[in-house]
Design a protein around this ligand. Structure first.
Ligand code: ATP
Ligand code: MG
Length: 389
């Protein structure tokens, strides 16, 4: 039987006059996601529905439907005519198919009629179709705790009949809220931070900064794997790999070790800001979480973030580590992030970095290398490698 994917969104519905812009973007993104297995895609009031090719296998798309920005829930459905006999037939077909793989004994019909000219109300449909299912199967109706919920949505142009709801993450379609630069380390947090801004509709460009005296190939491979995984959501990504050793050498030569980590991070942000201006991106995203490590005291974050003028978004700032880990497992970056890697931020720093550094002192130290700063930054940017996924 012909299958359809019925995709719902929630927040887009609140966008007033801009709603078509958000809906079209979501339609475009879903089209790109499914194109191999998609016959036709159409927008209806409050949903997008996709006529699927026979080649469509739900298991191949579950991860996406559960994590794709903009999708709040979806159903694998069949379509019925505006005819109660046809609705009965399609409902029974779906339920029998479900019973082939399970021993369920209870069910409930959940109808919703948005097309008010259809002569049966939601309650009529619940009763008529419910009775029919009870007659034709061994299932009993159970309105409180059903094992199977059959959904009948009477829309303006078609009637969708579906079983299992696939819960999505909601949010906004990628490409609706602007472009950002995500500062991607090899750790657990920054891929999750990137995902959080993807979820809010941002297009993300990734930047990793590395020390080329450390094991370069392994780190770059790891970062590429992370970007490859995150690219599942935006389907086209750019990654900058920026060398840091020249800047780091200067910092190590002139700046006391307990200040180096803060100054590394200030220079990293300066590099990011440079790339952002070049790429016309409007903000920098970091994976900082308040108090997690020494660089993340309120004082230090203030000192680090004040190195540039561009807005800095740190979506994980209030997240606990276990909350971050949970998301990284869900989006499948965790397994890549835990591969050990040398962190260039911890290269030649004190075991006890400053947690209450004073900005005057930081600026005084930076003054020593200020005259070389522009050259160091432009050299680092021009020797970056850029990968497109
Ligand atoms: P993560 O798990 O993301 O590495 P973290 O908790 O280990 O974060 P830090 O290592 O202090 O904390 O890094 C804080 C943030 O700084 C990272 O989340 C990331 O956004 C940015 N960052 C750190 N190192 C790099 C790097 N080498 N290249 C790009 N960004 C980096
Ligand atoms: Mg880290």
């Amino acid at each position: 039987m012909q299958r359809y994917l019925v995709i719902h969104y929630n927040e887009i519905g609140l966008k007033g006059k801009n709603r078509p812009f958000f809906e079209k973007k979501l339609e475009y993104n879903i089209n790109r996601l499914l194109f191999k297995d998609l016959d036709k895609i159409q927008r209806r009031y409050g949903l997008i529905y996709c006529k699927l090719k026979d080649s469509f296998v739900l298991d191949n798309y579950l991860f996406f439907l559960e994590n794709f920005p903009g999708i709040s829930k979806s159903y694998l459905s069949v379509v019925a005519n505006y005819d109660v006999e046809d609705i009965k037939e399609k409902a029974l077909f779906l339920i029998n198919e479900k019973l082939l793989h399970s021993n369920f004994i209870s069910f409930k019909i959940n109808s919703k009629r948005s097309f008010k000219s259809f002569k049966y109300t939601s309650l009529d449909l619940n009763i008529i179709i419910g009775k029919y299912i009870e007659e034709k199967t061994n299932l009993c109706a159970d309105l409180k705790n059903p094992q199977i919920i059959l959904k009948i949505e009477v829309g303006e142009k078609e009637i969708f009949i579906s079983l299992d709801e696939i819960k999505g993450i909601g949010g906004l379609p990628i490409g609706t809220t602007g472009k950002v630069i995500s500062s991607l380390s090899g750790g657990i947090d920054s891929p999750v931070a990137s995902f959080e801004v993807l979820k809010r509709g941002c297009e993300v460009i990734f930047v990793h900064i590395y020390n080329n005296t450390l094991v370069k190939g392994e780190i770059i491979n790891k970062i590429k794997k992370i970007v490859f995984q995150l690219n599942n959501f935006q389907q086209k990504s750019k990654l900058y790999i920026v060398p840091f050793s020249e800047i780091q050498k200067n910092i190590i030569s002139f700046i006391p070790c307990d200040y180096r980590m803060i100054i590394y991070r200030r220079y990293m942000l300066k590099l990011m800001e440079h790339i952002a201006l070049k790429e016309n991106a409007k903000a920098i995203v970091t994976g900082d979480s308040l108090g997690q490590v020494a660089s993340q005291t309120l004082d230090n974050l203030g000192n680090i973030f004040s190195s540039i003028n561009m807005p800095i978004i740190s979506p994980l700032i209030t997240f606990n580590k276990d909350e971050i880990v949970k998301i990284s497992k869900k989006i499948k970056t965790f397994e890549i992030s835990i591969i050990p890697y040398p962190d260039c931020c911890s290269f030649m720093i004190s075991n006890h970095p400053q947690t209450k550094a004073r900005l005057e002192d930081i600026l005084k130290f930076e003054d020593i290398i200020k005259s070389k700063e522009a050259l160091l930054i432009s050299n680092a940017i021009s020797s970056s490698e850029v990968f497109v996924f």
